[in-house]
Design a protein around this ligand. Structure first.
Ligand SMILES: Cc1ncc(COP(=O)(O)O)c(C=O)c1O
Length: 349
């Protein structure tokens, strides 16, 4: 039975071109020791990423989590607090490392579809008083995973940044899926980060590279981040073997994200016809389906889907997440829609 993997866009495999690019980089003698700054491919990737993101400089890091943590640790002091959305990756899914490794205190706030309203930020900032931790940063997740791949627009970002700036907060964007947001809005990624201090983008999600993330910002930030990356064990040697696929990810895999968005929309259009299921139209490639009316939990739903060769995580209570990605075609998407209808008939009938 064919497997259709909708657990996450992290399951995308590298393309043949990516694998060939690694061999080419080696053959052409472009690999080197990146801790010494001598890997030409890493340098090319970093320059390209900085230019795409409209920032002074960029740095290759091992993962999105490492990129977010380095961005936090490089721009705040131990004991500071960081405002983040209650269901954000930085709050929920980074092993508590901001606190355990960085001595930072998370201040989670409720967003609206993942977006922290400017007035929410305003009230979350602690007074300049010795009773409180110093509020030093706000994090914007774009797209917001847990809200359902929701896009934050440049106007929303600008409004939030105005509050943050007026209170001297640093602004970091967790843009693990920033290009999904840019493609959905039909704008350049740089438009989404022009008002912020630092951004992290993942090469290894919808863009299909096997490993790696990029952080970008000012010269000063990257200088500090480079030092922090070494301290966190992220200084890599012939990292060109990661950068070579990363270059292809940035050059060739961004525009095709619209295919994943179209498939998410197709799945939504089919599932929204099923009265037992609740689903909101997706902004990008992530679709959450509520199962309350069907009366089963995500664990049971995921097992039913697995019997039909469809993989989803079963841990979201009464919600199931479908993440459309390059490994899932339009035909696969239609198969998934048929399978869901069949499961609903079986469970409710
Ligand atoms: C919104 C968001 N931020 C950060 C990350 C972390 O990326 P990584 O898995 O590369 O550490 C993820 C991963 O799923 C994510 O969804």
């Amino acid at each position: 039975m064919k497997k259709i993997d909708l657990r996450s866009d992290t399951f995308t495999l590298p393309t043949d071109e990516m694998i060939e690019a690694i061999a080419t980089a080696h053959r052409e003698g472009r690999l080197g020791d990146d801790v010494a700054g001598e890997d030409e491919v890493v340098n090319e990737l970093q320059e390209k990423a900085a230019s795409i993101l409209g920032k002074d400089r960029a740095l290759l890091v091992t993962s999105g989590t490492q990129g977010n943590l380095i961005s936090m640790f490089s721009q705040t002091k131990r004991g500071d607090e960081i405002v983040m959305e209650r269901m954000s990756h930085t709050f929920l899914f980074e092993g508590g490392a901001m606190a355990s490794l960085g001595g930072l205190y998370p201040k989670p706030v409720e967003g609206v579809r993942g977006y922290i309203l400017p007035e929410t930020l305003e009230t979350a900032i602690s007074p300049d008083d010795a009773h409180y931790a110093r509020t030093a940063m706000v994090i914007i997740e774009n797209t917001h995973n847990y809200a359902g791949g929701v896009v934050t627009t440049p106007e929303q970002i600008k409004a939030l940044c105005e509050v943050a700036r007026s209170r001297e907060l640093k602004i970091h964007v967790d843009g693990a899926r920033l290009f999904n947001a840019a493609v959905a809005l039909g704008i350049k990624a740089r438009e989404l980060v022009k008002d912020v201090d630092s951004v992290q983008i993942c090469l290894s999600k919808g863009l299909s590279a096997p490993v790696g993330s990029i952080i970008a910002g000012t010269e000063e930030f990257i200088h500090e981040a480079h030092r922090m990356r070494k301290k966190m064990g992220g200084g890599m040697r012939q990292a060109g073997i990661i950068a070579a696929p990363g270059i292809i990810a940035l050059e060739k895999m961004v525009d095709r994200l619209k295919e994943d968005h179209a498939n998410a929309r197709l799945l939504f259009e089919r599932i929204s016809q099923v009265p037992e299921l609740d689903v909101e139209p997706p902004d990008t490639n992530i679709l959450f389906v509520k199962l309350d009316r069907l009366g089963i939990d995500a664990g049971r739903f995921s097992r039913e889907l697995a019997e039909k060769g469809i993989l989803v995580y079963g841990e979201y209570g009464t919600r199931t997440r479908f993440v459309l990605n390059r490994m899932v075609s339009r035909e696969d998407t239609l198969y998934v829609a048929d399978a869901i209808e069949e499961i609903v008939r079986k469970v409710s009938g």
